[in-house]
Design a protein around this ligand. Sequence first.
Ligand SMILES: Cc1cc2nc3c(=O)[nH]c(=O)nc-3n(C[C@H](O)[C@H](O)[C@H](O)COP(=O)(O)OP(=O)(O)OC[C@H]3O[C@@H](n4cnc5c(N)ncnc54)[C@H](O)[C@@H]3O)c2cc1C
Length: 472
Amino acid sequence: MNAGDTDRRRFLLAAAGAGLAGAGGCRRSPPPVPPAQWVGDSAERGHRLHTHLPDARGGAPSGAPSGAPAVRRAQIVVVGAGVAGLAAARALGRRGLDDLAVLDLESQPGGNSRGHRMAGLDCPLGAHYLPLPGPNALAVSEWLHEIGLLHTSHGRSVPDERHLCHSPQERLFIDGAWHDGLLPPAEPGGSTLIQYPAWAGLHYFAGRQGFHAPGDDAPGRDAVFTWPEGNAWLIRRLAQPLAGRLHAGRLVHAVRVEREGVQVDAWDIASGRPERWQARAVVVAVPLFVAARLLADPPPALVAAASRMRYAPWLVANLALREPLLDRGLGAPASWDNVRYGSPSLGYVDAGHQRLSPAAGPTVITAYWPLTTTERSKLLADTASDWGHRITADLQAAHPDLPEKVQQIDLARHGHAMSIPVPGTRGSTALAALRELRGPVQFAHADLAGYSVFEEAFEQGERAARVLLEER
Ligand SMILES: Cc1cc2nc3c(=O)[nH]c(=O)nc-3n(C[C@H](O)[C@H](O)[C@H](O)COP(=O)(O)OP(=O)(O)OC[C@H]3O[C@@H](n4cnc5c(N)ncnc54)[C@H](O)[C@@H]3O)c2cc1C
């Protein structure tokens, strides 16, 4: 980020906060600040795990639900209805093991891939695209064939183009103009680095298949599936066959291996009552730092792997716009993914981009804001209105007409969103040992791959299910 950018952002923030007119300091009164509210993950629910609930080692903080638990049974319990948990449930079910219970603390399944709806429009709350699966993502490919996103032609997998990201896909705002693609145009003597938190840039760019330099437009290079609601489109297709076996609003706080199987203790948030699930086996499909807390006797590989993990906080902001943003003739046209050079955010995607209607209308844009671990407390300390201001000011730097078009801002905070891809973690012996574990407790989460993307989470769910099926 250069000094000019910093100054501009400070100025915009100050202007918004002090109720001054927009850039240039003219006397026009500023548009009212749009209402901003928190949606999505409930920080309070997750934090009850260490403030209110007894853990598997018997600690019982005050406020823990009391009374005898309602005893429930299933052959297999899956803890966590994110991509990994849902993929595990699917794999078990299609091989005949369908006496399942999938428990999740949130009210909706999907974890980091959940969706949202505002102003009558679908939008993502987290993950928003899936690249065409590579040759090693066998289980994902098989499922994409099953749901019709891929079909076979002349021995090759071919995507259904209606679900691929439409053109133009991405652009970068730099030096007052939009450029095609996400890499800054090469400048003699100039820096071409975009300064996000280093891990976020690495994760974002390395995660993109065929990410390419400006001007390199080889067909199919960047093909990604995307939908207005992001990967929640995929979640709906994973969750729908589970119907009555999905139990939302269940905060699991202890998992114990007993002589006859496993015991999973949960708190039913709606009724405030404890539940005890008895099962032959369990798939623990939650982040490893949570898994390590749930188990009475965590395997050494889990303790070692969990201690390596560092989790990045993210903020995702959905802004409902009463009309599209102005195309001011400043270069590349509005794209699905729009990034401003020097911005602390990773830009925004437009949920209306995949719309087939030629008439431009109201839309929702989704801005992605990664934070460093030392900034996590800002997600709880700063108000929705603080974040609304911050995000509006950031986007306004490339779109001066944005503030007057925003009707509502819905903000989702992901305090421990995803493991930071630290060198050495992905190939660590601890993670390898965790994937090799046998027995009635299996772990499944993108964390087991050391890299948080849909394909990895899905493959980990499949792997955990396979182990339990082999041990049947
Ligand atoms: C902002 C953001 C953007 C992203 N964008 C993309 C993208 O575009 N493409 C992509 O491929 N990936 C993206 N990702 C990565 C994303 O994490 C993965 O794609 C995937 O959703 C991870 O799934 P998972 O099942 O491993 O984990 P999670 O999503 O972490 O699922 C874990 C589940 O366990 C539940 N849970 C946790 N603790 C408990 C408990 N004690 N009791 C009961 N339930 C519990 C949670 O509620 C959650 O539903 C993004 C992530 C974030 C945060």
